[in-house]
Design a protein around this ligand. Structure first.
Ligand SMILES: [Zn+2]
Length: 307
């Protein structure tokens, strides 16, 4: 019953929204054309336009910018598509297999300065009109994307995402929950054996029980043995308990900084509004650092290697 009412409400909202979109579109020039008006060197809300390129094959205009104070890089793809997307990503280059970027990806979503409630990210899942929300950890980057067709929803989600990545609480209890901890097998019974627990710890035990995953991970580690690709960014279950809460906070301070960030937006919402909100709610509070996260090329092998 409740579900039916909810579905009907959603439909109504959608109809009203589509109507507004239609009128707005008739009155204005296309997002692509508006973006073509930007000129290299132009300054907008703390950013400088570097390059404006029409990409007719993809029906979009690409605008490249950099943030003056921090050096953060920004790419906007203006396209007449109401499914607007935002993503912020950081180059995360761990040098051990404790899974620090993966545990950090989980922990920043557990509460932030402006949204100190429990799991603001997951609370948005059922109160937002988003068409996509997630976060990913790869070998050398961590990204936080979302998409939505509603302008106000975009601003709300942007606010939650910016606060999560730049000003997370990173509480010790969150680290124990998401990373690893020792706990009695039955928490209410102290006579049961102590076992390792933790969301990422268990996730990675699951991942490493899959043959294909083990093969792909080892192949990458052995092919690129000299830098970050030689370790398990998601976390090797045997190494995860080596990570401390302090190390997690340190990794955040050095990697989740605007100077180590790339922003990406896509769709028909005006770029100025995005830049203004990102500058006011996050970037204006930072200065430039040298993140030193470049990954050097793997030197060529001179003879066959076996392991
Ligand atoms: Zn995970």
């Amino acid at each position: 019953m409740f579900r039916q009412a909810k579905a009907a409400l959603r439909k109504l909202r959608h109809i009203r929204f589509s109507g507004q979109q239609h009128t707005w579109r008739l009155k204005s020039t296309s997002a692509r054309d508006r973006a073509l008006q930007y000129k290299p060197g132009e300054q907008i809300h703390g950013f400088t336009v570097r390059e404006v390129v029409a990409v007719p094959d993809l029906f979009l205009t690409a605008v490249k910018l950099t943030h003056d104070k921090t050096g953060a890089r920004y790419l906007h793809a203006a396209r007449d598509d109401s499914n607007n997307l935002f993503s912020v990503q950081f180059r995360t280059t761990p040098m051990d297999s404790t899974g620090v970027p993966h545990i950090l990806e989980h922990t920043v979503l557990c509460g932030s300065e402006k949204y100190p409630c429990r799991d603001p990210f997951f609370k948005m899942l059922n109160r937002s009109l988003s068409t996509f929300m997630n976060a990913f950890t790869a070998s050398d980057y961590t990204m936080y994307p979302f998409s939505t067709q509603n302008g106000k929803d975009f601003q709300n989600l942007l606010s939650v995402y910016l606060d999560a990545v730049f000003f997370p609480c990173l509480r010790e209890l969150d680290f124990w929950q998401e990373g690893w901890r020792l706990e009695n097998e039955t928490p209410t019974d102290p006579s049961t054996p102590l076992v390792f627990k933790g969301v990422v710890f268990n996730e990675m035990k699951g991942a490493f029980s899959d043959n294909e995953c083990v093969y792909a991970q080892h192949l990458q580690n052995k092919l690129y043995p000299d830098h970050t690709y030689s370790v398990v960014s998601g976390g090797e279950p045997l190494a995860i308990p080596d990570l401390t809460w302090e190390q997690l906070k340190q990794f955040h301070a050095t990697h989740y900084h605007p100077s180590n960030a790339r922003f990406f937006t896509y769709g028909d919402l005006p770029l100025e509004q995005h830049l203004k909100q990102i500058e006011e709610e996050a970037l204006s509070r930072f200065d430039r650092i040298d993140p030193n996260t470049e990954v050097p090329s793997q030197s060529h092998w001179s003879s066959p290697v076996s392991s």
